[in-house]
Every structure is written in structure tokens, then in C-alpha cells.
Design a protein around this ligand. Structure first.
Ligand code: GAL
Length: 301
């Protein structure tokens, strides 16, 4: 898997799972993302919504297409999943308490002014997921987002809010299907998006990008003692050639495998979104808590 390029599934088809994440469940990895497998709407940087795709793998290298776990609506313009709207950055967490898989995603109007989330549930990791609701969590505008499941089972929505000026952190209810009303702001007036969270040695780490749309910019990481603690911006974790443009990529998720962490990146092609590439880059945190992300030509585990 050559980093920075569009990868193929085991049938030789393009992997369409942008802005995605990888969930490990019972020995299988599931990669969810935006299916952008259509031409851009002429002259624009959008692809009509197709849905959220799912791929499965035993080794993170060979991915089998499991289909769309939730699909765009082609008939009802009032549906939050209407194909002329926006559905981005899907993230799935498994709720031990209910035995359900819960999908959170950024749902929006075509002009990004609805600025909400969609929440959907399924009994199976490969769907189908049923949309429960689409709304602004805690009545906050919410654009780029991720969900993070803490070691104690509490889960949080991290979402760019206040026109992306701050990162809001909203705690979820214990069935993960809603926010519980408790939230706080982090990275105030820093205008960060594309959050990706991980934990290391009892500290919490958040990698974000700047807000320049599809255009690459410098990543930054922040550290906190708690998911809803005081997040301190530290530095750009990327090192080496092109580190200031995040190797032409943008963060989407951090997963762990074999005791190592990897940052998933999207390499957007704004006018040809279906051909946007992926990278899984090793993310290291040293004994002082300093994070480093270096380019590797290939993803190998
Ligand atoms: C980026 C964001 C993407 C998408 C894009 C649209 O800033 O990270 O997920 O929303 O803007 O322009």
C-alpha cells in the first residue's frame, strides 16, 4: 500500500472510504469512510453523497468491500441524507452496554450551514445503519468531527464549532446515541479541524489540521490529562520533507495495531475527489510525550 495514493480492495476496485476511520472488533478491522466514487459535480469541489462505505480486513492490508452501511436518499430533499447535501467523516464506535454499533457523521447542507451530526445504529459492524437523528449537538454548529471512546467506556464527540474557531468536546450518553449536555471548548480561537484522538501513557493526544478546506496545511497536536481536560497545543508532529503541508494530507483518525499507532490521512484531490489518496503513517510518542509523525513510502505492518 503506497502511501499518498488511492488503494485497491481485494477485488481490484478503488477503496472509497475517505475521511474515514478503522475500528477493531473481534479480530477484524473495519474501515468506514465517505464513498466518493463518482465524478465531481462539474466545476465544483463536491461529489454528490453516495453514502458511508465499509471495508473489512484481518491484517489492515487486504480490504474486502462490505458495501454501503448507510446510503444517500435520492427522493426526499428534506432528508438529512439527501444526495445533494453533505455527509462526511463517519466514525463508528461499539457500545458494550447495548451491543450496538453507533455511527456518527458530519451531516450538512450543501453550503455547510446546517452544520450538524447524524447518528445511526446497527446490530452489525457491516450495517445496515439506521439514522436516528440529525441535529446540532448541544445546539452548537458542528463540522469536522470524530468520536473517541475513553478507557472507562465514556465516549466523546470532538467537533469543530463556532465557525470552526474552537474545538468542542461533547460527552455522549452511555448508549452513545446522543450528547448528554455536558460539553466544553478546547483550542479556543485556534481554528482547527480534522480531529484525531489517541491515548498514550495516561495522556490524551489530539492531532488536528488547520482550516484551509481541501488544501493541505500544518498539522498540530495538543495534549491533555483528560478527554474533557485542558488541551494544550504543542507543535507540528510531522517531520521531514513537506512536514509543513502534512505530506500533502489531512488527518482523519488514529488507530493502533501491534502496539504501534498510525495516523490515517486523506490526500484530497478537490476537483477529482474520487481519486483522493490515503496514507497510514506511524505515529510515535516518546517517553517525554513528544509526538512525531514521519513519512513512509509504504504502509506495512
Ligand atoms: C475540509 C474538511 C473536509 C471537507 C472540506 C470541504 O476542511 O476537513 O472534511 O469538509 O473541508 O471543503
Amino acid at each position: 500500500m503506497k502511501n499518498g495514493t488511492l488503494w485497491k480492495d481485494i477485488d481490484g476496485n478503488d477503496i472509497q472510504a475517505h475521511g474515514g476511520m478503522s475500528l477493531a472488533h473481534e479480530g477484524t478491522f473495519y474501515w468506514y469512510g465517505e464513498h466518493k466514487g463518482a465524478d465531481n459535480c462539474p466545476g465544483t469541489t463536491r461529489v454528490d453523497v453516495i453514502g458511508v462505505s465499509c471495508y473489512s480486513s484481518a491484517d489492515l492490508m487486504n480490504w474486502k468491500y462490505e458495501g454501503l452501511v448507510i446510503e444517500a436518499d435520492h427522493t426526499d430533499p428534506d432528508s438529512p441524507m439527501y444526495y445533494k447535501k453533505v455527509c462526511e467523516r463517519p466514525k463508528v464506535i461499539y457500545c458494550r452496554k447495548t451491543g450496538k454499533f453507533v455511527l456518527w457523521m458530519h451531516l450538512d447542507s450543501a453550503d455547510y450551514t446546517f452544520a450538524g451530526v447524524g447518528i445511526a445504529v446497527s446490530d452489525s459492524p457491516v450495517g445496515p445503519f439506521t439514522l436516528i437523528t440529525a441535529k446540532q449537538p448541544n445546539r452548537l454548529d458542528s463540522r469536522d468531527m470524530t468520536v473517541f471512546q475513553d478507557h472507562d467506556g465514556t465516549a466523546y464527540l470532538f467537533h469543530s464549532s463556532n465557525w470552526n474557531k474552537m474545538m468542542a468536546i461533547s460527552r455522549l450518553t452511555d448508549d452513545y446515541t446522543d450528547v448528554d449536555g455536558f460539553f466544553k471548548y478546547a483550542l479556543i480561537d485556534q481554528s482547527r479541524e480534522a480531529p484525531a484522538i489517541c491515548m498514550h501513557n495516561s495522556k490524551y493526544y489530539m492531532v488536528t489540521s488547520g482550516c484551509t478546506g481541501w488544501e493541505p496545511n500544518s498539522a498540530l497536536y495538543a495534549v491533555s490529562d483528560y478527554a474533557m481536560g485542558t488541551w494544550e497545543l504543542i507543535d507540528n508532529p510531522c517531520e521531514g520533507e513537506n512536514y509543513r503541508r502534512t505530506f500533502e494530507g489531512q488527518s482523519s483518525y488514529i488507530f493502533e495495531y501491534g502496539g504501534r499507532k498510525y495516523l490515517m490521512l486523506d490526500h484530497w484531490k478537490p476537483y477529482d475527489l474520487r481519486n483522493s489518496g490515503y496514507s497510514f503513517l506511524p505515529l510515535e510518542i516518546d517517553e517525554k510525550g513528544i509526538m512525531t509523525i514521519k513519512w513512509t513510502d509504504e504502509f506495512l505492518v
